[in-house]
Structure formats: structure tokens, C-alpha cells
Write a protein that binds this ligand. Structure first.
Ligand code: PLP
Length: 437
């Protein structure tokens, strides 16, 4: 008599993914509609249901044992299927598959915020005595986490300016290794942010990758991680330029509607495994409701980012010669020099977040901000609506004055994130707000 519960029966598999058609590789904008989800596994529901469950039933005790053997490494090949929602769930897995598509990444992980993604990554790679080498500036909370929190656990850091050339990068890598040796650790991670928040300064990823490879030759090397929030995933693909790990605040362009907070980390499985293990332990994973919202957002990501960028180009074209504007930090206006060279090699579009320097100081910048009628006065970026904020008095208030001055975060700097409204309406809004200055 056969056993009614066959312990070798695997869970039903989804149908194979179609990613090529007649020799043609399907584009991310096509794959966002269905990749990673088989409706027939969910009662035929065209869209994935939201799986609100904390745990998943095993088919048999033997299947449960096999699963844990896979998770703990007692059996090669890892674990298949789902077991507990602190580790993963269907909505998050579909989202991870789709996020990975954009960057051509083998694996991706989603988190409860951009900062929990970054914190989990840093904690996964660093031990006491280690050094993090990072570009500067970074998003203020990231800089604070590296300096203040990682510092408490014996991890130190060294930074280099975003625009640094090959020689300076090479010398900082050597310096960071020396520093690590002196404190009994290693150079654990090279962490970049490009474009940098809030200056839009670009980092030469190819140069960092070249110098890292040259410095480490055949030795095990530290991964290069990069925060790609401002341009990714549409306008910059850092894995193609030598980065190993891409980091996102998915709160921004990926979410795109200023209605959720989330983060992501993508890269080769080799680099993701330690991050996944720590996320499993800490539970910094994204919740299923927000994952579902992000699946919806990713369907329109390309058209939203394209439209916002077109709008930003038109608005900046209007602003660039305005008598009350001292300058613009917009990637679409780079004309020559090393930053333009990096832009041409790494970026396929300028995005829609830029710095506007109003003639005058804080008073003039505040008058401009208070006069905006269509654009909203709020921090954050990458939403469908246009936002404007004052970094020196808001997001970067805690940055020491000397560092602010060195980074060009001045009192007349307004950071703008252009949305997908009508470009003519946005120009009219900026025109009347500048008239009020
Ligand atoms: C470049 C960059 N990285 C990371 C973050 C942090 O992301 P979150 O707010 O989703 O935690 C932000 C937030 O503004 C950001 O601008």
C-alpha cells in the first residue's frame, strides 16, 4: 500500500518564465507585468494576491526536515519554498525577481526601508577592526550610520570625494588597507553613492572597480556597493560598470508615488548570501502589503521616470538663464570636464532630481519655497509629484558647517525633484515663485 503522504512530492512549481521570444530578450518594461508569478498557482488571479501569513505549511515532516537542512547548509543546494515570513513571502519573492531584472542581477533582496537595506548590508560585511572606504557625500543617515553606529562596533571608515580620479582612488584604497591592517581588520567594503545626495556629484564606478581589482589581484577582494537611488534602475546600471552590489531606497523612483517606504539590494548570489542570512536573523524584510504596492509601481516605472526626466529637462531649460537663478546642479546640463566624462560612460539619462541655487541666501531660498503653488514643500524625491526642499536647513541640518561648505550645501540651495505633471504648469509655478523672491 502506498503512503498517502509522499514525502518526496515537491511543492507545485510555477510555469517556466518566458524571458526570450524568437531570439529576442524581453525588456524589463515587458517583464514587469508578469515575471515571477504564475496565476495558476493562485486560483487564476491575474495579479498576485497579498499573502498575509506569518508561516507556511509543510507537506510532511520529512519535507520540513529537508527544508531546514537546506537552510542550515546540512544539505547542498539550499532550501526551496517558503517557511516563515521573517525570511520571505510570495509577494516579496516576486518583487525581488522583478527588481533583479532591471539591473541584470542574479539575486535581489527587499527591505523595510532604504536605511534598513543599507544597515543590513554594512553589518553583514563588517567585523571589528574592519574599514569601510566610501565616496562622499552620502545620504546623511548613511554617513551617520557608518561613522557613529558602525564606529561603536570597532569599524572605522575613510572617504574620498565623489569626483575623485583614478590616482586618488588608488591611494585611498591603499590607505584604507593600511589602516585596516593597523587595527587587525580588512578593507571590508567599498561603498559608493552616485549621483550623491544632495549634490548630484558622480562617482567613476569603472575607475573604482579597476583600482580595486589592481590592488587585490588574486586575493579575495571587498565588494563594491553603490546606492543607485537617484538614477536607477532606468538611467544607470552600475553592475555593468564594475559594481558588485546595487542599493536602493525603493521609497523614491521605484515606489514613485510618495506613499511607501522600502529598500532593495541586488547583485550576484555570492554577494547577496551574507546579506540574506543577516536579514533572515534580524527581520529587516519588507512586508507583503508594501511589496504588492511596489509590484504595481514597477509596472509604470519606465514611463514615470521617462516623463519626469523630460519634464526636468524642460524646467531646467527655463531656469538656466533666469536672472534670479545663480546656478543649477542638473546632470542634463553637464557640458565638459571629468563629471561629463563619467556621465557619458555610466548614465543614459539625467533623472529628475537637481539642485537649484537661488540668487541670495536662506531668506531668498525660503521665499521661493514658500511661494511654490504646484510643487510641494517636502523632503524625499522620485514621486509623481514635484517636491522641493532646503537641504541645509532640513535633511542636512545635522551636518557640521565646515563639511556642508566643503560639499557645496549652501544656504541658497533648493533641492528639486520633478514629477510627471504638465511641464508647462511646472514652469509657470517656478516662474511665479521666482518672481516672489
Ligand atoms: C540616496 C538615498 N539613499 C538612501 C536613502 C534612505 O532611504 P529610506 O528613506 O527609504 O530609508 C535616501 C532617502 O532619502 C536617499 O536619498
Amino acid at each position: 500500500m502506498s503512503d498517502p503522504v509522499d514525502p518526496t512530492t515537491p511543492r507545485r512549481k510555477p510555469k517556466p518564465e518566458v524571458t526570450r521570444l524568437g531570439g529576442r530578450k524581453l525588456k524589463p518594461s515587458t517583464l514587469m507585468m508578469g515575471y515571477g508569478y504564475d496565476p495558476l498557482l493562485s486560483e487564476g488571479a491575474l495579479k498576485p494576491p497579498i499573502f498575509l501569513t506569518s508561516t507556511f505549511a509543510f507537506e510532511s515532516a520529512e519535507a520540513g526536515k529537508r527544508h531546514f537542512e537546506g537552510i542550515t547548509g546540512k544539505r547542498a543546494g539550499g532550501a526551496e519554498g517558503l517557511v516563515y515570513s521573517r525570511f520571505n513571502g510570495p509577494n516579496q519573492e516576486i518583487l525581488e525577481d522583478r527588481l533583479g531584472v532591471w539591473d541584470g542581477a542574479e539575486d535581489a533582496l527587499v527591505f523595510s526601508s532604504g536605511m534598513s537595506a543599507i544597515a543590513t548590508l554594512l553589518l553583514a560585511y563588517c567585523e571589528a577592526g574592519d574599514v569601510i572606504l566610501h565616496s562622499g557625500p552620502l545620504y546623511a543617515a548613511t554617513e551617520g550610520f557608518i561613522a557613529k553606529v558602525m564606529g561603536r562596533y570597532g569599524v572605522t571608515y575613510l572617504d574620498f570625494p565623489a569626483g575623485a580620479g583614478r590616482e586618488e582612488i588608488a591611494s585611498k584604497i591603499a590607505q584604507a588597507r593600511e589602516m585596516a591592517e593597523g587595527q587587525g581588520g580588512k578593507l571590508a567594503l567599498i561603498y559608493l553613492e552616485s549621483p550623491a545626495n544632495p549634490t548630484n556629484a558622480l562617482v567613476d564606478i569603472e575607475a573604482v572597480s579597476f583600482e580595486r581589482d589592481a590592488a587585490f589581484a588574486a586575493e579575495p577582494h571587498p565588494p563594491i556597493a553603490i546606492d543607485n537611488t537617484f538614477l536607477g534602475p532606468l538611467w544607470q546600471s552600475p553592475l555593468k560598470h564594475g559594481a558588485d552590489v546595487v542599493v536602493y531606497s525603493l521609497t523614491k523612483y521605484a515606489g514613485g508615488h510618495s506613499d511607501l517606504v522600502a529598500g532593495g539590494v541586488s547583485g550576484a548570489r555570492q554577494w547577496m548570501n551574507p546579506v540574506r542570512a543577516l536579514r533572515n536573523t534580524m527581520g529587516t524584510i519588507l512586508d507583503p502589503n508594501t511589496a504588492w504596492m511596489l509590484l504595481r509601481s514597477l509596472e509604470t516605472l519606465e514611463i514615470r521616470m521617462q516623463r519626469a526626466t523630460e519634464n526636468a529637462c524642460r524646467v531646467c531649460d527655463f531656469l538656466k538663464d533666469h536672472p534670479k537663478v545663480e546656478g543649477l546642479g542638473f546632470l542634463g546640463l553637464l557640458r565638459e570636464g571629468p563629471q561629463k566624462d563619467i556621465y557619458d560612460r555610466h548614465c543614459t539619462g539625467p533623472g529628475s532630481t537637481f539642485s537649484l541655487f537661488v540668487k541670495g541666501g536662506e531668506a531668498e531660498a525660503f521665499r521661493f519655497l514658500d511661494s511654490l503653488k504646484v510643487a510641494k514643500l517636502a523632503v524625499s524625491l522620485g514621486g509623481t509629484e514635484t517636491l522641493a526642499s532646503h537641504p541645509a536647513a532640513m535633511t542636512h541640518l545635522s551636518v557640521p558647517d565646515a563639511r556642508k561648505a566643503a560639499l557645496g550645501i549652501t544656504d541658497n540651495l533648493v533641492r528639486v525633484s520633478i514629477g510627471i505633471e504638465d511641464a508647462g504648469d511646472l514652469i509657470a509655478d517656478f516662474e511665479q515663485a521666482l518672481a516672489a523672491v
